[in-house]
Design a binder for this molecule. Structure first.
Ligand SMILES: [Zn+2]
Length: 276
């Protein structure tokens, strides 16, 4: 999966007031685009020196190298760099994997900073906390922590078949997925599994077991994977607002995604290879 970068390591411990050096690399996002130079399939970011004077916030270290974000966004791209859609960077098989994971993680943190400029309680401008990764409102004292959306991915087994889906609102994604959805307030992850499966495909499930989790920064998600078995009637009643395809597939019929980044893909592969 995208986060499986060993022996590399992403150090996301908060460090207050860390200043960017001239050679430190900087993530610059504009919507779903990132300012990059792709050289022979390798992702290269501009340095602080190449970007010039600006406000740079420390994000994390990848191994020994520090990474920053630019705020506000850089208007003029340095020569050789261009804004590219993160989706396209991924699907051009850009590497290395640890940089792709850094890109997804940086996007998540950057989005949170952009969404947390003002206090949601009183509307005043927030400032960075000096103690932790948080924005603090100097007027009402509200503290805003990074937002992470918990969600489930569900591999529903039915004997020698598993239920695969395609989402209605992701016409640009041609690959199969599994049932998935966000956790509601007041719900356990297992309850999310039961509710989402029933809402999306009208099935009851049993034997719910946790598999693995995955940070998925481009959606601000923490994904949790579960396997379960259909309980009783296996007739699919698809929610056509959410899905365009939902069908039972045998191991031999499963088509994997073109890269091994996603938890969804790993779960489908596990079933295809007879390991679950
Ligand atoms: Zn406030």
């Amino acid at each position: 999966m995208i986060q499986d970068i060993y022996p590399h390591r992403l150090h996301n411990e908060f460090i207050a007031d860390k200043k960017a050096g001239a050679n430190d690399r900087v993530f610059v996002f504009d919507g779903n685009n990132c300012l990059v130079h792709i050289d022979d399939g390798q992702l290269i970011l501009p340095t602080a020196a190449e970007l010039g004077a600006g406000e740079y916030t420390f994000l994390f270290a990848l191994d020994d190298a520090d990474y920053y974000r630019a705020a506000p966004p850089v208007v003029k791209a340095p020569e050789g760099f261009e804004f590219m859609k993160i989706y396209d960077i991924r699907h051009q098989k850009t590497g290395p994997r640890e940089m792709m994971f850094a890109l997804y993680t940086a996007f998540h943190i950057d989005k949170w900073y952009k969404d947390s400029v003002h206090c949601g309680r009183c509307g005043s401008k927030t400032v960075n906390s000096v103690r932790e990764r948080a924005r603090v409102c100097p007027v009402c004292g509200n503290t805003v922590y990074p937002r992470i959306n918990p969600a489930v991915i569900v591999g529903i087994r039915n004997g020698d078949r598993i239920l695969v889906t395609k989402y209605a609102n992701r016409a640009h994604v041609p690959y199969y997925a599994l049932v998935a959805g966000f956790t509601e307030i007041g719900e356990t992850l297992e309850q999310t599994v039961v509710r989402e499966v029933f809402e999306e495909v009208g099935l009851k499930v049993k034997n719910i077991t946790y598999y693995k989790s995955q940070p998925w920064g481009t959606a601000s998600d923490l994904l949790t994977g579960f396997f379960c078995d259909v309980d009783g009637d296996d007739t699919i009643r698809m929610d056509q607002g959410e899905l365009k395809i939902a069908e039972w597939k045998t191991a031999a019929e499963i088509e994997l995604q073109p890269d091994d980044y996603s938890l969804t893909n790993e779960m489908m592969q596990l079933f295809r290879d007879g390991h679950i």
